[in-house]
Design a protein around this ligand. Structure first.
Ligand code: CA
Length: 229
């Protein structure tokens, strides 16, 4: 069964989300606050995707829940539910470990499309045949979907892994943001291009010796990014 966690304190929004995900074939686990969400994840280790509302009652907001999930789990797909009134810059800046975000109010079609896309990615790509791409100091293992730098493992989300894989398969090639979006999120993705930049920013922090002066994940102004091999 395809399990999705829905953490949302407003009961009417939560049931709207749950009804639509069930219709799309998902089993839903509900939580009304952060503590409940973390407890449900502990009880249901097979949850593949979590939808996290940001503004919540209690001590933890959605970002904190996201951080705590990521501390022990880099595989789960995480989508933040944001309010239109929240400044996007703040939201993206704080998006420390999420793969995507959806702005309220959202349509059922938009929501299920995002969950489907993330679910497919977190399901793991079984068709990999080659094993490793070595570009010192980086070593990408496409069987285990892991990356190491100087022999030390780098914790990546599934989305970050997919971006690094795309880069390492195309060293030195300028990739447009659209190209990256299509390759990583799929051509049916209906979110904003900005999600590419959010993930790139995070990758730099994880991969670069000096994230402010990147030597790997290079910006191609007005176009996109390239992997400086
Ligand atoms: Ca809320």
């Amino acid at each position: 069964m395809k399990k999705v966690l829905v953490m949302e304190d407003e009961a009417n929004i939560r049931s709207f989300v749950v009804i639509n995900l069930k219709r799309a074939g998902y089993e839903t686990i509900e939580a009304g606050d952060g503590a409940e969400a973390l407890e449900q994840i502990r009880k249901n280790p097979d949850i593949k995707v979590a939808l996290l509302d940001i503004m919540l009652p209690g001590e933890m907001d959605g970002f904190e829940v996201c951080r705590r999930i990521r501390a022990g789990n880099s595989q789960m797909g995480i989508i933040m539910l944001t309010a239109r009134t929240q400044e996007m810059d703040k939201v993206t800046g704080l998006m420390t470990g999420a793969d995507d975000y959806v702005t309220k109010p959202f349509s059922p079609a938009e929501l299920t499309a995002r969950v489907d896309a993330l679910y497919r990615r977190t399901g793991g790509d079984q068709t990999q045949s080659t094993d490793e791409i070595a570009q010192p100091p980086f070593l990408l293992n496409t069987r285990n979907r892991t990356l190491s730098k100087n022999g030390k493992p780098v914790k990546l989300t599934q989305v970050e892994y997919s971006i690094v894989k795309l880069f390492m398969e195309n060293p030195g090639k300028a990739l447009s943001r659209e190209e990256i979006l299509v390759a990583v999120w799929g051509k049916d993705y209906i979110g904003e291009l900005k999600i590419v930049d959010v993930n790139i920013r995070r990758l730099r922090v994880k991969l670069e010796d000096d994230p402010q002066n990147p030597s790997r994940v290079m910006t191609v102004w007005g176009y996109g990014y390239k992997w400086g091999a």
